[in-house]
Design a protein around this ligand. Structure first.
Ligand code: SF4
Ligand code: SF4
Ligand code: SF4
Ligand code: FES
Length: 681
């Protein structure tokens, strides 16, 4: 800078700064380590002044000034954090985000309750990097083989590939990668921090307790898990049948957690073998994750008869090798996944006729469609639009059930049509036993000292999972809304582990929902995509599998898994970690949808030899154009169109201009958003 050595002195946010004459306010702020957001600025280029996010307040100046384009002057008093400047920046960001048609995070990851990075591990599988894929999954939870087998995969329900033909088989890919890496014995080592000297007790060794233990041991805490059952795994071991999740697979995963230094104490029931208070007295923090182990009743006459089972009681009896004497004709009441597990288990323990009684129709069943059809293939018979009215008995034992015939009425608040009894219409069936699989709840015994909801679940803070007892946290099926799916309990366990860690380290824990950009898409956006069939999971034939507890699914081959993973559309932005636009939007808690309107023309092209330009994410900061001209000395890019319709294109879109690209990547590096990407050839 030619300034003859002259310096100017100014004050920024109360800090005295001395900079060479000619420096901008942005330069001066940098000297004082004060960050002013900027999107269209680059040190080596002339200021452009397009984005408006660098505005600051200057004393005695009525207007806000752009820090990147305003020279610092003697005696200037700058406020970078004044309310007016922050409001203007926020507005500038809202305008940019309102015209920003990009997905920061893929819908699969967003829709996974635990936000497992599905897109990342699917890509790693597509590239044959199976150990990396498992490491990615294990950033979120420690039991990928088990969850890959049992998860009802809400990620797949949101998968964008459904707009082309069918969602990516995300859960089965997880199952494949985790099994493969375990068999090959080449998992990446789990890093454990230096010991903190803090002791954590966890009550419950199911998916939530195991996940929290895994997270807390990695942070250097000493962790002991207490569980009432003889082995760890909770409902995964005692509620999910062997044919869906072999106990040996789960055991290998729980053993791997123990190998990290987590202590397991089995056969310990709080209230029977020790009080909650005595446990709390022996540790620095206690996490209750004891699950929901009580079957809900049907509230009909005859429920006390011999031969009436609770769904999870029946599954637990079979899982622990007890003789489940259910006879030949069995009715399972309910339409969820536990009902499916119960009816298919009933077939396997020798029942000749198994009926599923459900008060709505097949379309409303909460169970996974695949479970419903697999049960049917194994001989289970559905009785839809029927509800138990009375369980009939003879000599104190079940002999049948009176069914109320139902019809569907108006949709309820969740949009599901309400089942209504058809007056006076009943049926009877002869039965040897009835299994009620209509829900499960927690057992409050032993936890009475923690306040409970009207439903009998433990009350815990929705964000921090802290209970009213200092140092006692609670998460999973036993808490607040009660039982849900395993990955939901895992999601809570991740948050609870962070909260416990913060408590142990004396930090405050205040999680905030990140600000992101999300696209709204429809089938039309994918009309040009080639249709590629989803890879099917190979299975044992129904007639064979219904006779034993051997695993139904046979697992994907490496070839099939990689082909399936390659179908991924890579929806989430490659630049999320480095994108300045979303960084500032988060810092200023910007509402990304407030000013959403028409989007400027959007297209994705891979024209500049190796550079993919996604115009939908471009904020027309013009940095790539200026860098190409000034730094790369090429000048291949230019602004095309006017005003709102302006887009960046190679000059005249000519093949000559395109061929001139020397793949220096300078434009990609300069781009403050994810609009540019270098594509490996
Ligand atoms: S460019 Fe930035 S804001 Fe846009 S989708 Fe990518 S990460 Fe999100
Ligand atoms: S296509 Fe890939 S990135 Fe997109 S939602 Fe599906 S799995 Fe996720
Ligand atoms: S593509 Fe070019 S103009 Fe668009 S945001 Fe990136 S650098 Fe700026
Ligand atoms: S206007 Fe200053 S950085 Fe964009």
């Amino acid at each position: 800078m030619e300034n003859g050595g002259k310096m100017v002195n100014l004050t920024i946010d109360g800090v005295q700064v001395s900079v060479p004459d000619g420096a901008t306010i942005l330069d001066a702020a940098k000297t004082a380590n004060i960050e002013i957001p900027n999107l269209c600025f680059m040190q080596e280029l002339k200021p452009y002044g397009a984005c408006g996010v660098c505005v600051v307040e200057v004393e005695k100046c009525p207007k806000l000034l752009r820090a990147c384009a305003t020279k610092a002057s003697e005696g200037m008093v700058v406020n970078t954090k004044g309310e007016r400047a922050l409001r203007a920046r926020k507005l500038a960001l809202e305008l940019l985000m309102g015209d920003h048609d990009g997905d920061c995070i893929g819908p699969c990851k967003l829709n996974c309750p635990a936000h497992t990075d599905c897109q990342k591990y699917v890509k790693e599988i597509a590239e044959g990097r199976f150990a990396d894929a498992v490491a990615t999954i294990m950033e979120t939870f420690p039991i990928p083989s088990s969850i890959g087998r049992v998860c009802p995969h809400p990620c797949e329900k949101a998968c964008r590939r459904r707009f082309v033909e069918a969602p990516i088989s995300i859960a089965h890919l997880k199952y494949f990668a985790a099994d493969r890496v375990r068999k090959d014995g080449n998992a990446h080592p789990v890093k454990i921090a230096a010991p903190t000297g803090k002791k954590v007790f966890i009550v419950g060794g199911g998916p939530a307790g195991l996940t929290a233990a895994f997270k807390l041991v990695q942070r250097g805490h000493s962790v002991t898990v207490y569980d009432q059952m003889p082995e760890m795994g909770g409902m995964l071991r005692y509620g999910i049948p062997e044919y869906r999740l072999p106990k040996a697979v789960l055991k290998a995963e729980t053993d791997a957690i123990a190998a990290l230094g987590v202590k397991f104490v089995n056969g310990f029931k709080v209230g029977r073998d020790g009080t909650l208070e005595s446990l709390r007295g022996q540790c620095d923090a206690l996490l209750v994750a004891n699950g929901a182990w009580k079957s809900s009743g049907m509230r009909v006459k005859g429920e006390e008869l011999d031969g009436v089972w609770g769904g999870i009681d029946f599954l637990r009896a079979v899982a622990t090798g007890k003789k489940a004497d259910i006879g030949e004709r069995v009715a399972v009441v309910g339409g969820g996944n536990t009902a499916m597990d119960a009816c298919r288990t009933a077939v396997r323990v020798g029942a000749k006729e198994v009926f599923v009684i459900y008060r709505r129709t097949r379309a409303e069943m909460p169970a996974e469609e695949i479970e419903i059809s697999e049960a049917e293939e194994e001989g289970v018979e559905y009785r839809f639009l029927r509800a138990p009215d009375e369980i009939l008995g003879k000599d104190g034992k079940v002999c049948g059930m009176r069914l109320q015939v139902m019809e569907l009425g108006e949709p309820d608040e969740r949009g599901r049509r309400k089942p209504m009894p058809v007056p006076g219409k009943f049926e009877e069936i002869q039965l040897d036993s009835v299994i009620a699989a209509i829900g499960q709840r927690n057992d409050p015994e032993g936890f009475e000292s923690i306040p409970q909801t009207q439903k009998g679940t433990i009350v815990a803070d929705e964000a921090t999972f802290a209970t009213s007892i200092p140092g006692v946290f609670a998460c999973g099926d036993a808490v607040n809304k009660g039982a849900g799916i395993a990955i939901g309990a895992i999601a809570q366990a991740n948050e609870a582990a962070l909260a416990v860690d913060a408590y142990l380290c004396g930090r405050e824990y205040a999680p905030a929902k990140p600000v992101i950009s999300e696209r709204e898409v429809s089938e039309r956006d994918f009309a040009d995509r080639e249709k590629i069939a989803r890879v099917a999971m190979p299975q044992r034939p129904a007639d064979e599998r219904r006779r034993d507890f051997g695993e139904v699914n046979l697992g994907l081959s490496e070839e099939a898994a990689m082909a399936e993973a390659k179908r991924c559309l890579e929806c989430g932005c490659h630049d999320f970690a480095d994108c300045k636009l979303i960084k500032y939007a988060n810092e200023l808690k910007t509402d990304t949808k407030r000013l959403r309107g028409e989007f400027h023309p959007g297209f994705v092209e891979k024209k500049l030899v190796c550079i993919e330009r996604n115009q939908r994410k471009c904020i027309t900061c013009n940095l790539c154009v200026r860098v190409c001209e000034t730094k790369a000395g090429k000048g291949l890019l230019g602004l095309v169109g006017r005003g709102f319709k302006t887009v960046i294109k190679p000059e005249f879109e000519s093949p000559a201009a395109i061929a001139g690209c020397r793949e220096c990547r300078m434009c990609v590096e300069a781009c403050p958003t994810g609009a540019l990407r270098f594509v490996e050839k």
